[in-house]
Design a protein around this ligand. Structure first.
Ligand code: SAH
Ligand code: SF4
Length: 424
C-alpha cells in the first residue's frame, strides 16, 4: 500500500489567504481579514478604517453583495465593482434533507464545473463544489459535536432533543443548538480505506474564504444569531484540514476574530498529519479549536491496513506530537474510532485501545462511530451489541467513551459519506 503515500499533497504552510499581498486576480473580498481589507482600501486611495467597515459588513452583517454595503459611499462601491471586486462568498447550490433533520449542502466555489469521475457507482460529481452538513441537534458524540460534557449537561442538551431548531422561533430568546460540519478540501488525498471521500482523490484545497464561507452561508439559511445560538463547528467534512493548514487556520481566525465565534465550540479532526499537529501545538490556545485524532485502530498493524498514512506517521509518533499541544483547563483530546464490523470492533480491540489510551497519559476521551457504508467499500457495519460492548469495555477501563449517532445516512451526509453525491 506504500503507493498510496505518493498521492499525498506536499505539506503546505505558506500563503495564508487572508494575510500578505492582496490576490492579484479574482478580486474576492470575502476571506480577507480586517488588516488585508484595510490594505485593499488604502490601495484604492481610501482611509484604512474603511477596511474595518468592510469587515463588519462581510462578517458581522453577512452582506453578500458589494452594492448593499451602504457604509461605503456609493461612488466607492461603484469604483470597486468596476475594478472587478466582488464579495464572492460561497453560495448554497443544493440542499438534501434527511428524515432526521440533517441537511447536506452542495456549496458552490468559484471554479464550479461538472465532471464525471468514473469512480465506482458512477455518481455524478461536481468539481468546485464542496459539502457542508447541518445537524440541528448535534450527534451525541461528545466533542465530536464540539461540545463538552459539562456544558451539554448544564444546558440540558439531551433535553432539547425533542425540540427541533426550527420549532424554537427566531424571535425567542431561547438558545438554539446545532452542529455544523465543515469541509477543508474538495476530496481528500489520504486514502483511508473505509472512507467515501477518499474515492474522490484530492481535487483541490479550499481557500480560507471558502472554508469560512460555508459557515456563514449556512448561518444565513438558518438565521443563526452569533452570541445567542449555540452552533458547534466541526472541521470533519471533506478533506484533511492539516494538509491545508494555512488556509484552515486562517479560516479559524476569521471565524473567531471577525465573525465572533468561540474556538472552544470548534473541533478539528485529523488523520494524524504530524507537521500539522506540530503547527497546531504552537497556536495560541485562545485562537485554536479543540483537537480530535482519527485513531480508528488499537495498533499499528490494523491502522496501517485501513489508513495507509499510518506507515508514514505511526501511532506513537502522532501521540508524541499530540502531547506537545498545551491544553486549556478542562480541555481534553478526542480520539475518534470508526468501528468496522469484525475488523476493529472485537473485544480484544477494545481492551488494546483502552491500554493504548491509558498509556498516553493524556486527558482523553473516545468518540465511537459505527462505520457508515458507501458504494465500492467492502467493510461491514458493526452489530449494535458489539458497539455497546465496545463502549462498555472502554468505560469499565475508566475511559470516557461516547457513541456518535449516525446523522443523515439517507442523504449521504454521515461521517465518511461526503463525496458530492447528487442523488438522495
Ligand atoms: N480527514 C479528517 C476529517 C474528516 S473525516 C479525519 O480523517 O480526521 C471525519 C471522521 O469521519 C474521521 O474520524 C473518520 O475516521 C471518520 N470516517 C471516515 N469514513 C467513515 C465512515 N465510512 N463511517 C464512519 N466514519 C467515517
Ligand atoms: Fe481523508 Fe479523513 Fe476520509 Fe481519511 S477519513 S480519507 S483523512 S477525509
Amino acid at each position: 500500500m506504500s503507493e498510496d503515500l505518493s498521492q499525498l499533497v506536499p505539506f503546505e504552510v505558506s500563503d495564508p489567504a487572508c494575510a500578505g499581498p492582496l490576490p492579484s486576480e479574482g478580486h474576492t473580498l470575502f476571506g480577507l481579514d480586517a488588516e488585508a481589507l484595510a490594505a485593499c482600501m488604502v490601495a484604492a486611495g481610501e482611509p484604512a478604517w474603511r477596511g474595518r467597515q468592510l469587515a463588519e459588513a462581510l462578517y458581522r452583517q453577512r452582506i453578500t453583495e458589494l452594492d448593499s454595503i451602504t457604509t461605503l459611499p456609493k461612488a466607492l462601491r461603484q469604483r470597486l465593482a468596476a475594478e472587478g471586486w466582488q464579495v464572492g462568498r460561497p453560495r448554497i447550490n443544493q440542499v438534501f434533507q434527511s428524515v432526521d433533520g440533517t441537511e447536506r449542502y452542495l456549496i458552490e466555489c468559484p471554479d464550479n464545473q461538472t465532471v464525471e469521475t468514473g469512480v465506482p457507482s458512477d455518481r455524478s460529481i461536481v468539481a468546485g463544489v464542496v459539502e457542508t452538513v447541518w445537524m440541528p441537534e448535534g450527534d451525541d458524540g461528545d466533542s465530536g459535536d464540539g461540545s463538552d460534557v459539562e456544558s451539554q449537561q448544564s444546558s440540558g442538551a439531551r433535553g432539547l432533543a425533542s425540540e427541533t431548531w426550527d420549532s424554537i422561533s427566531n424571535g425567542s430568546s431561547r438558545k438554539r443548538q446545532a452542529t455544523l460540519c465543515v469541509s477543508s478540501q474538495i476530496g481528500c488525498a489520504v486514502n483511508c480505506q473505509f472512507c467515501l471521500t477518499a474515492k474522490l482523490g484530492l481535487q483541490r484545497n479550499l481557500t480560507a474564504g471558502e472554508i469560512a464561507g460555508q459557515v456563514l452561508a449556512v448561518f444565513d439559511r438558518h438565521s443563526v444569531q452569533v452570541g445567542r445560538d449555540r452552533v458547534n463547528l466541526v472541521f470533519m467534512g471533506m478533506g484533511e484540514p492539516f494538509l491545508n493548514y494555512s488556509n484552515f487556520i486562517s479560516a479559524v481566525r476569521l471565524l473567531v476574530r471577525e465573525v465572533g465565534l468561540s474556538p472552544q465550540r470548534m473541533t478539528v479532526s485529523t488523520s494524524g498529519i504530524l507537521p500539522g499537529i506540530e503547527l497546531f501545538a504552537a497556536e495560541p490556545p485562545e485562537l485554536r479549536p479543540k483537537l480530535a485524532i482519527s485513531l480508528n485502530a488499537p495498533n499499528d498493524q490494523i491502522r496501517s491496513a485501513i489508513m495507509p498514512i499510518n506507515r508514514k506517521w505511526p501511532i506513537q509518533s502522532v501521540i508524541d506530537a499530540v502531547r506537545r499541544v498545551p491544553l486549556r483547563p478542562r480541555e481534553c483530546i478526542t480520539f475518534e474510532y470508526v468501528l468496522l464490523g469484525g475488523v476493529t470492533d472485537r473485544p480484544q480491540d477494545a481492551a488494546e485501545l483502552a491500554r493504548l489510551i491509558r498509556r498516553t497519559g493524556l486527558a482523553a476521551k473516545v468518540n465511537l462511530i459505527a462505520w457508515n457504508p458507501g458504494p465500492g467499500i467492502n467493510y461491514s457495519t458493526p452489530q449494535p451489541e458489539a458497539v455497546e460492548a465496545f463502549r462498555h469495555a472502554l468505560i469499565s477501563a475508566g475511559i470516557p467513551a461516547y457513541l456518535r449517532k449516525p446523522r443523515g445516512r439517507d442523504i449521504f451526509a454521515a461521517c465518511g459519506q461526503l463525496k458530492c453525491t447528487m442523488e438522495r
